[in-house]
Design a protein around this ligand. Structure first.
Ligand code: G
Ligand code: G
Ligand code: MN
Ligand code: NA
Length: 254
């Protein structure tokens, strides 16, 4: 209850910030996308990570407003970068509360109208499997409604949910993000490598692109490149960083 009130205050006082984690093309090594990750610049407790406050937000309507703030600000960063010639895919996480809101598509349309320099096709919304689970028919409809605006969808934390394969088949997502729990152990495990290889082949057979998360070292990056993963993300490639640092990073990696 207390934290919920604080979240409301944080929104009105502009205490949330977006960090950006670079995503590279595995063949060229160039930066082609970035994922927006929310942080809370708390006046007393310092920079807080989402795990310490998003669970509480998720159980309340404040999540809809935080989610709308994230979409709006991520689009504004994308717009500013596009105007500087920095063109990349902008990946934005969605919370269950946002997706359940019947005004979601209208709000998204409004956010898109405020960033004319950023091509709509550059925006990719990340959905975790447990969100899709709530009502698969409704989620499928929402995805196709938003896709008709031009935005793309990624199935985040792929492989960790109870019906990953069903979602891959039915939701019409453009991309999967292989969860870091498969990628982190892969250098020491043939079994993990084989499973990742199978995920990549399955996604490609369905016309879905693959981003591997949790790349912590060069050895796993090289294995994933050989396995034809399309894109990669992880501490071994680049840490999440403030928007101002990201522009510098991008210029050095294109
Ligand atoms: O940033 P970090 O690596 O600590 O993220 C932890 C979790 O918080 C991840 O699961 C990520 O998807 C989620 N997360 C980060 N930013 C956002 C956001 O803007 N909206 C939602 N819904 N989840 C986010
Ligand atoms: O949306 P998603 O749940 O995928 O959020 C990405 C989360 O993973 C963020 O909290 C981000 O900080 C974290 N992350 C990014 N790269 C790595 C990595 O290489 N290893 C681990 N363990 N976590 C990572
Ligand atoms: Mn994500
Ligand atoms: Na993920």
């Amino acid at each position: 209850q207390h934290l919920r009130g604080e979240l409301e205050r944080a929104l009105s006082k502009q205490e949330f910030v977006l960090y950006w984690q670079p995503i590279i093309d595995m063949q060229s090594g160039l930066c082609v996308a970035a994922e927006a990750l929310i942080r809370w610049q708390h006046p007393e407790r310092g920079l807080l990570l989402p795990d310490s406050f998003l669970d509480v937000a998720e159980n309340s309507t404040v999540m809809q407003r935080i989610g709308a703030w994230v979409i709006h600000n991520a689009c504004q960063h994308g717009e500013a970068w596009a105007k500087q010639g920095i063109l990349l895919d902008i990946q934005i996480n969605l919370a269950a509360r946002q997706v359940e809101n019947h005004r979601f598509c209208d709000d998204l349309r409004r956010a898109l109208a405020s960033c004319p320099a950023l091509p709509t096709e550059r925006i990719c919304l990340e959905l975790v499997e447990r969100i899709a689970l709530r009502d698969i028919a409704k989620t499928t409809r929402l995805i196709s409604d938003c896709q008709s605006l031009g935005v793309r969808f990624a199935l985040d934390d792929f492989g960790t949910g109870p019906a990953a394969l069903q979602y891959l088949l039915e939701l019409g997502c453009n991309q999967i993000k292989i969860d870091h729990s498969f990628v982190i152990p892969m250098t020491g495990s043939q079994r993990h490598q084989r499973m990742i290889q199978a995920m990549i082949q399955m996604a490609h057979a369905l016309g879905v692109t693959v981003t591997a998360e949790g790349i912590e070292n060069m050895e796993s990056a090289e294995l994933l490149r050989q396995m034809r993963a399309d894109r990669g993300q992880g501490y071994g490639i680049a840490m999440p960083m403030p928007a101002s640092d990201f522009a510098t990073y991008w210029l050095q990696h294109t």
